[in-house]
Design a protein around this ligand. Structure first.
Ligand code: SAH
Length: 395
């Protein structure tokens, strides 16, 4: 097996079980590993540290598969890891909740592998050279463990470029049913696994949608960046008086309306839809004197990495400022960031700044995070992307 030998003293993070090895930590490569091949990682004095997948074109030069020298990295290894991940999620799934993240990359010991279950369909994303090397074994294991009718691949995320990989999408095993639907909190949602964002649905927000449902009764709700209506349906189910939902993605809005219609228990006449840019629309709403009792702000990733943090901070501040202005006295704001480049502390500071500029007296009611099936491994805090705050404006 080829060996990556580290520079002196650079083994510390691996000893803490962190799964990434940056190019700057590597002294030399003994052997000629292909992209994605399994290599041994060793300290300067030749001590075994980990088995990892080699990725020559990425700054993250290797990602750890196993810290055990005796564990074979083979199809059975992937089957074991996927079984372990699926078993951990099983208690969160029932007839009322048929969507779940089954595999959450590094946090499940499978760097570069994402798998979301939508009922009979599993959508997998292969995002690293190492995962690409084993993609057939991974697809087989997902099918074997879940018994799903179709394993559909959505390996078309931009991050693949950093790994030297071209985008790929399509059914990997089985045939995709004409429509994929899930239940969440007993509500039925159609999921567009073929052209939808990410794998089709934002399962990381499931627990926060349940919270919004509990808070919505009798309130005038504004759902900004609504995508396929996740929070819209939750608010309607919770008894919202009205829900205005805004997004720029016309096809997502179309599916959002269909999703409301899929649930006869919901009163579609309480839902209003706007194909608009949230930045402009919040200002326009303010001009009309509109007020809301519950606002959800769930924008896309403004800062994928820390390098984008400054510009992203301005964008977060802007939407939070206008949302706070639109909030009625005693109103609630559920505000989120899924930017890897903005930590929880910085996000709170940005929102605090927005409150000052909006002249809004607001307090934090609670902190919001990703759904319970998006855990983060103890040694991998980087996996914690979604952060949110629930604020209340003084009455
Ligand atoms: N809350 C959603 C997920 C939101 S994803 C859920 O629970 O499912 C972010 C959404 O923001 C995407 O649908 C994207 O189309 C939309 N978006 C991005 N920029 C926008 C903008 N400037 N104005 C309105 N929508 C925007």
């Amino acid at each position: 097996m080829p060996v990556l030998v580290l520079k002196p003293g650079r083994e510390k993070s691996l000893l803490q079980r962190h799964p990434w090895l940056f190019s700057g930590a590597i002294d030399r490569v003994d052997g000629a590993p292909e992209p994605g091949a399994t290599v041994m990682v060793a300290s300067t004095d030749g001590k075994f540290l980990a088995q990892a997948a080699y990725s020559p074109s990425s700054q993250i030069r290797a990602r750890v598969w196993s810290f055990d020298a005796a564990e074979a990295i083979d199809p059975a290894f992937f089957r074991r890891r996927i079984e372990r991940a699926a078993t951990a999620r099983a208690p969160l799934q029932d007839a009322a909740n048929t969507g779940a993240r089954l595999v959450h990359g590094e946090s499940d010991g499978l760097p570069g592998v994402i798998a979301d279950r939508y009922g009979n369909v599993v959508v997998m994303q292969i995002l690293s050279a190492g995962a690409e090397h084993w993609r057939t074994a991974i697809g087989e294991a997902l099918e074997g463990v879940t018994g799903a009718r179709c394993i559909y691949e959505r390996s078309d995320a931009d991050v693949r470029q950093l790994e030297g990989l071209a985008p790929r999408a399509g059914p990997q095993r089985g045939v995709l049913p004409r429509i994929t639907t899930i239940f969440e909190g007993g509500l039925c949602y159609g999921v567009d696994v073929v052209t939808g964002q990410k794998t089709g649905f934002y399962l990381d927000q499931r627990d926060n949608r349940a919270l919004v449902r509990r808070l919505a009764r009798g309130r005038r709700v504004l759902n900004a960046f609504c995508y396929t209506g996740g929070f819209t349906l939750a608010a309607l189910a919770g008894g919202a008086q009205t829900v205005l939902s805004i997004d720029t993605a016309g096809d997502a809005l179309g599916l959002a309306r269909e999703n409301v219609a899929r649930n006869p228990s919901l009163d579609a006449t309480r839902a209003e839809w706007r194909d608009a840019n949230v930045f402009a629309e919040l200002r326009a709403l303010r001009d009309t004197g509109a007020q809301y009792d519950l606002i959800v702000l769930d924008p896309p990733k403004f800062a994928p990495t820390a390098a984008h943090a400054e510009r992203a901070a301005r964008a977060y501040k802007d939407i939070n400022l206008w949302a706070l202005k639109l909030l009625a006295p005693g109103g609630l704001l559920a505000t989120f960031s899924c930017s890897g480049g903005i930590g929880a502390e910085l996000f709170q500071k940005i929102v605090a700044g927005a409150a000052v500029d909006a002249k809004a007296d607001a307090a934090i009611v609670g902190r919001l995070g990703p759904s319970a099936d998006h855990p983060v491994a103890l040694a991998f805090p980087e996996g914690d992307y979604l952060k949110g705050l629930l604020l209340r404006k003084a009455a």
